[in-house]
Design a protein around this ligand. Structure first.
Ligand code: ATP
Length: 409
């Protein structure tokens, strides 16, 4: 087994009594690149291949990793291969094992079985402070009595990095997260988004090769979240550090990731680029969790598609036509009744009960229809039409909604 890369020998045990929790994130990483530089062995091509990471040695590799807590199998055998410089998300519902997987990569939890490799070194059993990773948590955990600059530089001070080097790196990190000039403020004098950026700067200042982020935007309001998603992605591209991002928010994962893994009940159901996972989901669970379920199976599949099996068609691919509308050679159609209409401002979502059984959701942009007009559609008999090529065949198994109902009857 290769010798794991050794980090700084200081551990969280050296830190002052009364420190905020999760102090492990502050300590012990080896500098490998300047904040503005890219990793030495990183290939210039853009990440995102669904099949395989780009560099010969993965930044993070999980081999058959399991974690059991008493009766609960939190992680049930996960294999992942995350490339250097990749923005990789772990997406899934609550309790699907994302955080436990992240904590095992960080070293806060040990796998029950399986191996974890960081840049080719087996780190299974290596403590957090000896791993070349940092973690950013949802609850920031800033020191309230310290100003922003001291919060960001705290890990460097613990590691006895000299004052001038520390100041330089803190200034650099604050610039990176667009907080130049905020160094003298206390955390209480910042907004939620600014506090989250301080937490990010505090992790970046250590120059880890891998940054782990556990729902870091979870406490922010929607508008700020959306702004921070774009900023986080820009920062990641600028620093070239591998980001592993845990979220249960599908839009967040689709917006930011080069690739993502969809978790369900401790297993990975699918790994791919956002487009792969959204446009070519391989299971009913993924089709329903990343987007709207829209499944056709059983009698409905036989009647509408003309085949046995489970199929999905995305809501934005379907158009609503009058019952007598013509259907082209390359199209499929189904008759139904609009059961419900949900007006969303820019779009409207129609829930259509099919004559053949089951339901399909259709979304349409409100190009020239008013809210009154769309709401009047309720109860109308319609023909739904879509291109044959937009029908995807899925492997069997329950959808995300059915799984949720099973868990919370
Ligand atoms: P969330 O989005 O809600 O954080 P998650 O996908 O991150 O969920 P985990 O936190 O990894 O899920 O939890 C997976 C399962 O393991 C859950 O059933 C959880 O209750 C259980 N679990 C996690 N940590 C522990 C622990 N320390 N002891 C016992 N069970 C645990």
């Amino acid at each position: 087994m290769p010798e794991p890369k050794r980090g700084n020998p200081l551990s969280h045990r050296c830190l002052p009594v009364g420190s905020p929790p999760l102090i492990e994130e502050l300590v012990a990483v080896e500098p490998v690149t300047s904040l503005s530089g890219r990793m030495p062995d990183q290939s210039p091509e853009s990440p995102g291949s669904a099949a395989k990471p780009r560099s010969a040695v993965s930044a993070v590799q999980l081999d058959a990793v399991r974690k059991v807590f008493g009766e609960t199998e939190a992680v049930a055998g996960v294999d992942l291969d995350i490339a250097d410089g990749e923005f990789f998300s772990m997406l899934g519902p609550s309790g699907s094992g994302k955080t436990t997987t992240l904590r095992m990569i960080a070293g806060f939890e040990q796998p029950t079985s399986g191996r974890i490799l960081l840049h080719g070194h087996d780190v299974t059993g290596v403590p957090p402070f000896d791993r070349d990773v940092n973690t950013v948590f949802q609850d920031y955990a800033l020191f309230p009595h310290m100003n922003v600059a001291d919060n960001v530089g705290y890990g460097l001070m613990v590691r006895r990095v000299d004052r001038s080097e520390r100041d330089r790196r803190v200034t650099d990190a604050l610039r990176m997260v667009r907080l130049t000039g905020f160094g003298g403020r206390k955390p209480s004098q910042l907004s939620g988004g600014q506090r989250q950026r301080v937490a990010l700067a505090r992790a970046l200042v250590n120059r880890p090769r891998v940054l782990l982020l556990d729902e870091p935007l979870g406490a922010l309001d929607l508008k700020l979240r959306e702004e921070m998603q774009i900023e986080l992605k820009a920062i990641q591209q600028q620093v070239g550090i591998t980001f592993i991002y845990v979220t249960h928010d599908q839009e967040e994962a689709l917006t930011m990731s080069d690739r993502l893994a969809v978790f369900n009940e401790g297993r990975v159901e699918q790994v791919g680029t956002p487009a792969d996972v959204y446009e070519r989901p391989t299971t009913p669970f993924v089709a329903g969790f990343v987007g709207t379920s829209n499944l056709l199976r059983g009698e409905a599949a036989r009647a509408v598609i003309g085949s046995e099996g489970t199929f999905t068609v995305r809501p934005e691919k379907i158009r609503i036509a009058t019952p007598d509308a013509p259907v082209a050679e390359d199209e499929l159609s189904a008759m139904g009744e609009i059961r419900d209409v949900i007006y969303l401002g820019s779009d409207t979502r129609y829930i259509v009960a099919l004559e053949a059984g089951g339901e399909l959701v259709v979304t349409q942009q409100n190009l020239d229809t008013s809210s009154m007009e769309v709401l009047e559609a309720r109860g109308r008999t319609v023909r739904l039409v879509w291109k044959r090529r937009h029908v995807l065949a899925l492997a069997g198994g329950p959808s995300a909604g059915e799984e949720e109902a099973r868990r919370n009857p």
